[in-house]
Design a protein around this ligand. Structure first.
Ligand code: ADP
Length: 443
């Protein structure tokens, strides 16, 4: 052994101590050897000094080795202990091993080789035991840490669940508030619109031109405000899954002409041409006419709002598999591909600043997206900045009302129904991939 070992020999017999000392010296063990003759001195030496090994005679003065070993163990003093026994003490040695001795050697076998061998193996065993005890201790600590972390995680999870619950509650309260407020706002708005219309009737000719002009502004602003309120109401209903489609058979081209007719004056005011082309062999569809008109009015008013010059057009065509497509195009400012998906999210506008040029709630396309999903249709967008935009809505000629179940806003539905593909320098956005039910009867 290279290192210098601190060795203690505990033996009342000077001759025995000498035998150990000379055997170790002969074996060339580098050591600092201490010798004591009884258990009390051994105990105090071991309490104050860390020894690498102790050679202990079983028979001590006024005491036996077993008592000393127990004393050491109960005082948590750990050291490799080799008990030196007489021939007849071998049975006792087994007991000593059980009590905590590391090894034993019969005095008759003391020789440089035997002593160094038992010394080395005792130190090796002791060190291995210490390492194992350390590893066990570390394992226990890690285990305890894990338990504590687990408890902490559980607490955090409960906290998150509680926050989630509170958020859902808050979101529901917000939706209820929006629904109630917009519903309440509609009553006075309808009164403002109704009374302005009455005032503008021809029998009130006593109104000056200026007064009539002012009432017309009140009427137009009232209508606009009502439209905004209706958007908020629709959105909160869609969010709460409380918006139902009221499907019936109707003439699609008539509804389209009605919507275009209502917005023509806005296009005229901006000097924009507005064309409608209906190319349907069968103009009848089974759908909710009010919601179809709402979709069209929304797309058309956007087209007019975002176009400074040029034209707006509406085109309706038959598609395979009993489907129709309604296209609304413009030569307006266009939309960058990065915004194709975003603009279908609620409250999203390309220009999110308060100083933005174009007014609006940012709810129109989110509502359209939800409605089209409910109808089992798809929306495609083709657009190029500075050139214009085209929104295509593909719908089954006859909607299946089971689609009503999916009437949550787009932001809550799966986002993976999106693809972008280059096409004549335009890109496409597919906002929905809801499956289309086959018509149950022919229209
Ligand atoms: P709003 O028109 O009230 O802002 P929408 O949901 O209808 O809300 O539209 C969201 C955004 O999409 C608009 O703010 C605009 O930035 C963009 N957008 C919609 N339609 C067009 C269009 N025809 N041309 C250019 N941009 C459009």
């Amino acid at each position: 052994m290279e290192e210098t070992l601190k060795i203690l020999v505990v033996d009342a017999d000077e001759i025995d101590r000498m035998a150990v000392r000379s055997a170790l010296t002969k074996a060339g063990v580098q050591m600092e050897l201490s010798e004591v003759s009884d258990g009390n001195h051994a105990f105090s030496a071991l309490s104050t000094t860390a020894y690498d090994c102790v050679f202990l005679n079983y028979h001590l003065l006024n005491q036996d080795a077993l008592t000393l070993i127990q004393q050491l163990r109960s005082s948590e003093i750990k050291v490799p202990l080799i008990v030196l026994t007489d021939q007849r003490d071998e049975e006792i040695a087994v007991q000593l091993l059980k009590a905590g001795a590391t090894d034993y050697l019969s005095k008759s076998r003391i020789s440089p080789e035997n002593l160094t061998q038992v010394l080395r193996s005792a130190i090796r065993v002791y060190r291995a035991e210490m390492q194992a005890a350390l590893a066990t201790q570390q394992l226990r600590e890690t285990h305890e840490q894990l338990i504590r972390k687990n408890q902490e995680l559980e607490r955090q999870q409960q906290c998150i669940q509680m926050q989630n619950f509170n958020l859902l509650e808050a979101s529901k309260l917000k939706s209820d508030f929006l629904a109630t407020m917009s519903h309440e706002l509609r009553t006075p708005m309808n009164a403002i619109i109704g009374f302005s219309q009455i005032l503008l009737r021809p029998k009130f000719t006593q109104l000056t031109h200026q007064q009539a002009d002012m009432i017309e502004r009140i009427l137009n602003n009232g209508k606009h405000l009502l439209m905004l309120v209706n958007e908020v109401l629709d959105f909160s209903k869609l969010e709460a899954g409380r918006l139902d489609l009221k499907a019936e058979i109707f003439d699609l081209s008539k509804v389209i002409n009605l919507a275009v007719g209502e917005l023509r004056s806005l296009a005229d005011a901006k000097n924009l041409s507005l064309f409608v082309q209906t190319d349907l062999q069968n103009t009848l569809v089974f759908n909710d006419p009010i919601r179809i008109k709402q979709i069209l009015m929304n797309l058309l008013s956007n087209a007019i709002k975002f176009t400074e010059s040029g034209e707006i057009w509406v085109e309706v065509k038959e598609l395979a598999e009993n489907r129709v497509v309604i296209q609304v195009g413009d030569t307006g400012i266009g939309i960058a591909p990065i915004n194709f998906k975003r603009i279908f999210e609620a409250f999203r506008q390309v220009d999110q600043t308060i100083t933005r040029k174009y007014p609006g709630t940012g709810l129109g396309l989110a509502i359209i997206d939800s409605l089209v999903r409910m109808m089992g249709g798809k929306i495609f967008l083709e657009s190029k900045l500075g050139i214009g935009s085209m929104f295509k809505i593909e719908l089954p000629r006859q909607i299946t009302l089971s689609n009503v179940a999916t009437n949550a806003p787009a932001s809550q539905l799966d986002a993976d129904g999106v693809f972008c593909s280059a096409k004549n320098h335009h890109s496409s956005f597919q906002a929905s991939k809801a499956s289309i039910g086959y018509p149950k009867f022919k229209l």
